[in-house]
Design a protein. Structure first.
Length: 753
């Protein structure tokens, strides 16, 4: 194994009760698992009370809340002493849109003349910077006397915004008009903002790291930490939000030539990372997708699909559900982005001899192209368009043209997207590529994924809900293309369900009639009549995913509230349907109480199958090409739903004592240690050994090497014997489903597993 490539990483969420000193006290435990690298969430100064660190206010300073520079130095030294490297999550795309942000504070005070004005992606042509911070319209608050001016600041309650020099005197309305910013009602963040944001999160403002000065200012501390030996690798958040991902990665690699860099990138279908990107690989969502597809029973899923359609009456394909979700998001959450794109398109088309489109034609064409794009984005920059992107843009334009009264404007924009010539055309293409990724993320993961809910195991980050299974040939091809530096994850702070929760959901594809039995029992509850069938189906899967976890009833109720609002059908964050949400909460509590007090055989079989699938998932994760990443606490039975549920604090004392306990969590913890020992002792073999996958009927396996010299992870559901060899790890559920890790002679396996 290349020295810079981990044997295994351990993803740690700092904040919310865990700082550098607290983590330092846990290093012995983490190293004892067989982990080679810590994988840390962002450490730079963030807004007051941040629970995740992605809302950075100062990338040139380590957050004092975590322990500051000295605290990180102490952590890095202690990690080195334990044989642990550190991979750091960095956030080049955005910082916090907050008056706590010192660079933004200077921009608010000085406007476009500020030294930091070029750092932020602000549309100054649209006028002063819009601040949608007000709970009511400006005129209402002004008439109510809510505003005051003192000490060079515009004030309202706890809000204080710096005033431009020499503008503090006079009528409040005149003072407001004299600023480089405009306060407006928060409702205007839908279509009135003038800064690029992260997806539809108005509280995060885009950074222009394509500008060398901005890159230097935002990365100087990161580079210092790496060069000083405190950080051994980087994970780049939201790479697709950048103007020029390839240029950014090239610059970063030039500054840190021996440092592995992983990118958070969702690959769709047969998409691969662009060849021009100097990166070790992605953070591994495609690996999680493959494992779930391998462990999904194709015949059972077909039966489940029939039951779902009968129960809900939903016969809409996922592609149509996604297209509708995209249209809804463009009309609402990303209305500001589409409005700006339409204006940029008008500028890009100015002087054309092909057409003279009006604003509605441009809006229609932009909408159609965004909806038709099946990936997060293309990568056209500086006049360079790859052959693959040219072909993709042509296919997208063909799809976008379907159903339009005229395709003239779409074809004109196709030409511009493929070969931008003028500055205005480059500006349109750049922003289109940034918006398309935000649209797909919001519409698939955060909208359609809560509407089209046949099988929630496949409604995951980086997965395709309507492509939930895989053939042996497909799986072998994907595995064979993987490299030793590729990350393999099964849970993160962003996954929609934790790994063991997801495998319980995978179990319903194995035992669809048992899930139907649970559904029938749940529908007989008096409270069920107040919840729509679609949401009954969704709730029952979610209840199965979290059954038996601490405080499961309240956590399920909170999750259902989020799911209903993310679906954006009858309940919304800005206008919740409290009756429907309350009905879901009541039914969730009733179902979990029923299961606790009188667990039916169908439930027990699903839970048993889920355990076997979880252990098979762990074996596949450890054995497949690449290196495994463990989300903190996932060495135990980890049952969690969508964030913030999956970011709950872990019990470190419980984790440390777990291997000596009994039960499924203890088995998983012991297997984790054993598998990481195997990976450490046989890193060269696992880096180079060929890989084969078998996904047929009731037997699923991954073979590394061959049956003369190799290892095989296998899930067998019919009590069949495995091939002759030495079983290093073995588990059998009560229904005879077996999970084994087998070594073939001459054994490459260590004697101490």
């Amino acid at each position: 194994m290349t020295p810079n490539i981990p044997t295994a990483t351990y993803r740690v969420q700092l904040r919310d009760g865990l700082d550098f000193a607290g983590l330092q006290a846990r290093l012995g435990y983490i190293a004892g698992l067989g982990i080679s690298h810590l994988y840390l969430s962002p450490i730079f100064s963030a807004v007051t009370g941040s629970t995740h660190g992605y809302d950075i206010i100062d990338p040139s300073r380590i957050d004092p809340v975590l322990g500051g520079m000295q605290g990180f130095r102490d952590l890095a030294k202690a990690a080195t002493d334990q044989g642990l490297g550190i991979i750091l999550d960095i956030v080049p795309n955005h910082t916090a849109f907050s008056t706590e942000n010192p660079w933004l504070d200077d921009v608010l005070r000085r406007g476009p003349s500020s030294r930091y004005a070029p750092h932020f992606d602000i549309d100054w042509q649209a006028g002063p910077l819009v601040l949608p911070f007000l709970p009511e319209p400006f005129e209402k608050l002004l008439s109510d006397g809510a505003f005051t001016v003192s000490d060079g600041m515009w004030r309202m309650g706890d809000l204080a915004i710096p005033l431009a020099e020499n503008t503090a005197d006079g009528d409040l309305r005149d003072i407001h008009q004299a600023q480089h910013w405009r306060l407006v009602h928060s409702d205007l963040d839908r279509d009135g903002i003038t800064h690029r944001r992260f997806f539809n999160v108005t509280g995060l403002i885009g950074m222009r790291v394509e500008d060398p000065r901005v890159f230097d200012d935002t990365h100087s501390l990161i580079i210092e930490l790496v060069r000083d030996g405190m950080v051994q690798g980087l994970r780049v958040d939201h790479i697709d939000g950048l103007v020029d991902p390839a240029g950014y990665l090239t610059r970063l690699a030039q500054e840190l030539p021996d440092t592995p860099i992983w990118v958070e990138k969702i690959l769709v279908g047969d998409e691969r990372l662009p060849d021009a990107w100097p990166t070790a690989g992605t953070t591994g969502y495609e690996a999680a997708e493959l494992i779930t597809r391998m462990l999904t029973h194709a015949d059972g899923l077909s039966r489940l699909d029939t039951i779902w359609c009968q129960t809900t009456g939903n016969d809409l394909g996922f592609a149509k559900a996604l297209s509708q979700a995209k249209a809804d998001v463009l009309d609402n959450e990303l209305a500001a982005e589409r409005r700006q794109l339409s204006r940029l398109a008008a500028d890009a088309c100015a002087g054309s001899t092909i057409a003279q489109p009006g604003p509605e034609s441009l809006r229609e064409a932009v909408t159609a192209l965004l909806i038709a794009l099946p990936r997060y984005r293309t990568y056209v920059y500086d006049g360079q368009t790859s052959k693959d992107d040219r072909a993709l843009i042509a296919r997208v334009a063909d799809d976008a043209a379907q159903g339009l009264r005229s395709d003239t404007v779409v074809r004109m924009l196709q030409t511009i997207m493929t070969d931008p010539k003028s500055e205005a055309q480059h500006a349109f293409v750049t922003r289109f590529q940034q918006v398309s990724g935000a649209l797909l993320a919001k519409s698939q993961e955060d909208t359609a994924g809560f509407r089209w809910t046949r099988y929630l195991a496949a409604n995951e980050v980086g997965a395709e809900p309507d492509e939930a299974t895989v053939t042996s040939a497909e799986a072998t091809g994907i595995l064979s293309a993987r490299k030793p530096a590729d990350m393999v994850l099964t849970s993160t702070h962003d996954t929609k369900r934790s790994e063991d929760a997801r495998m319980r959901l995978a179990a319903i594809s194995h035992l669809p009639e048992d899930f139907r039995s649970l559904l029938h029992d749940a529908q007989s509850l008096p409270c069920a009549k107040h919840l729509a069938p679609d949401w009954q189906w969704y709730l029952l899967q979610s209840a199965l995913a979290i059954h038996g976890a601490d405080d499961a009833g309240n956590r399920l109720a909170n999750h259902m509230e989020k799911a209903m609002r993310e679906a954006k059908l009858t309940s919304f964050w800005t206008n919740p349907d409290q009756d429907a949400e309350a009905a879901a909460a009541r039914m969730g509590h009733a179902v979990l109480d029923q299961w606790r007090d009188n667990p039916q055989p169908a439930l027990l079989r699903l839970l048993q199958r889920g355990q076997a699938l979880s252990l098979a998932q762990l074996l596949f994760k450890a054995l497949m090409p690449g290196f495994p990443d463990f989300y903190r606490g996932s060495e135990d039975c980890f049952l969690a739903l969508t964030d913030p549920d999956n970011r709950r604090a872990v019990d470190w004392a419980h984790l440390a004592a777990l291997p000596d306990q009994s039960g499924f969590g203890a088995i998983k913890a012991r297997w984790t240690r054993n598998l990481l020992t195997l990976r450490r002792d046989h890193a060269p073999f696992l880096a180079d050994a060929p890989t084969q996958a078998h996904v047929e009927g009731d037997c699923i396996r991954i073979l590394r090497g061959n049956m003369d010299h190799g290892m095989m992870a296998q899930l067998c559901m019919d009590r069949s014997e495995t091939a002759e060899g030495h079983n290093l790890l073995s588990f059998q559920s009560d229904d005879g489903c077996t999970v084994t890790l087998t070594a073939f002679q001459p054994s490459p396996a260590p004697t101490n597993i």
